[in-house]
Design a protein around this ligand. Structure first.
Ligand SMILES: O=C(O)c1cc(=O)[nH]c(=O)n1[C@@H]1O[C@H](COP(=O)(O)O)[C@@H](O)[C@H]1O
Length: 305
């Protein structure tokens, strides 16, 4: 699904937010974990089964109101080979339910190795004459630290298969300024990265007016959002940092364009762990996640209006 479809989905649901699926066992209600441990013992298989059930239930609870999910690969790698299956099943199930999927992998490497990452998450593995999709996400997050050689293999998949990438420009974490705000020949490094988008996004515009090359811009840095927005008005922004990291709706307004589009705000723990605030031991985890997703949607929509 391209950024064009993401825009349509956001418009249809009037909801510019994405639910992060970054489950750890402590985020999953204990009744689900206990059932899986009873069945598989204290094993990685039990952990993977719990995560699978949790993710499927969250997608069931959210798919008609939230346009996208963002699974973070680290949480799946933590469970070894079973985790890889959970990630694949989660992506497939979200697609069945009409959701857009951002695989948060933050990968990169030299060109040849970056190709392998790009093919694994966005493209296909070739076996004989057959092209076999692997994770088949709609998009993924990419680290630009290795320069254009490392970005180009992802762009190749974007061109060939209507996929998108979100390149880290200004991340939400407290120490992001250590390198990203450092001066590089008169401008901060994050500005230099944003200035490369004109070249990286060539030929990748969609009818929505937005390009298939998007940017990761932290909700925790509203001033930088404003600067980056002015440099790359056609890039979709993936905006993490709302909720658990402390950013609020007023902090994300600069990420949006005047058309009310241009950004999708992520919340992971805020939605996954909403059940911890209702005092029902997780029995209502689906309702709690849905209520938090609706609250977040209304909060963001009113801030950008
Ligand atoms: O690329 C990301 O999604 C990302 C970039 C960034 O600058 N900051 C950031 O928090 N993230 C991811 O966004 C999610 C934030 O999770 P919560 O803080 O629980 O909402 C995690 O999956 C992070 O890895």
């Amino acid at each position: 699904m391209s950024v064009q479809k993401l825009v349509e989905c956001i418009r249809q649901k009037n909801n510019p937010t994405v639910a992060g699926l970054d489950a750890r066992l402590e985020y999953i209600p204990s009744f689900i974990v206990s059932q899986c441990v009873e069945r598989y013992g204290e094993t990685l298989e039990a952990a993977a089964a719990a995560m699978q059930q949790f993710n499927i239930s969250l997608i069931d609870a959210l798919h008609d109101i939230v346009p996208a999910i963002k699974p973070q690969a680290a949480y799946y790698e933590l469970l070894g080979p079973k985790g890889a299956e959970v990630l694949k099943n989660t992506i497939d199930y979200a697609h069945e339910k009409g959701m857009y999927v951002i695989a948060d992998i933050k990968r990169n490497d030299i060109g040849a190795t970056a190709s392998a990452y790009a093919e694994a998450y966005l493209g296909c593995t070739k076996v004989g004459d057959k092209e076999l999709p692997v994770y088949n996400a709609d998009s993924c997050t990419v680290n630009a630290y290795l320069g254009t050689d490392g970005i180009e293999p992802f762009l190749k998949e974007c061109r060939a298969r209507e996929k998108a990438i979100y390149i880290l420009v200004k991340t939400s974490n407290p120490s992001s300024g250590e390198f990203q705000n450092r001066d590089m020949e008169g401008k901060p490094l994050f500005v230099r990265v944003a200035e490369q988008f004109a070249k990286w996004g060539e030929g990748l515009d969609t009818p929505s007016g937005y390009n298939q090359v998007g940017a990761v811009v932290g909700a925790t840095y509203p001033e930088e959002q404003k600067i980056i927005r002015s440099i790359i008005p056609k890039a979709y922004f993936l905006v993490p940092g709302y909720g658990a990291q402390g950013a609020t709706a007023k902090d994300i307004a600069n990420a949006f364009n005047d058309d009310g589009l241009g950004a999708i705000v992520n919340s992971s723990r805020g939605i996954m762990c909403a059940w911890k605030k209702t005092g029902k031991d997780g029995a209502d985890f689906m309702e709690a996640a849905r209520a938090e997703a609706i609250r977040m949607r209304d909060d963001i929509v009113s801030a950008i209006r």
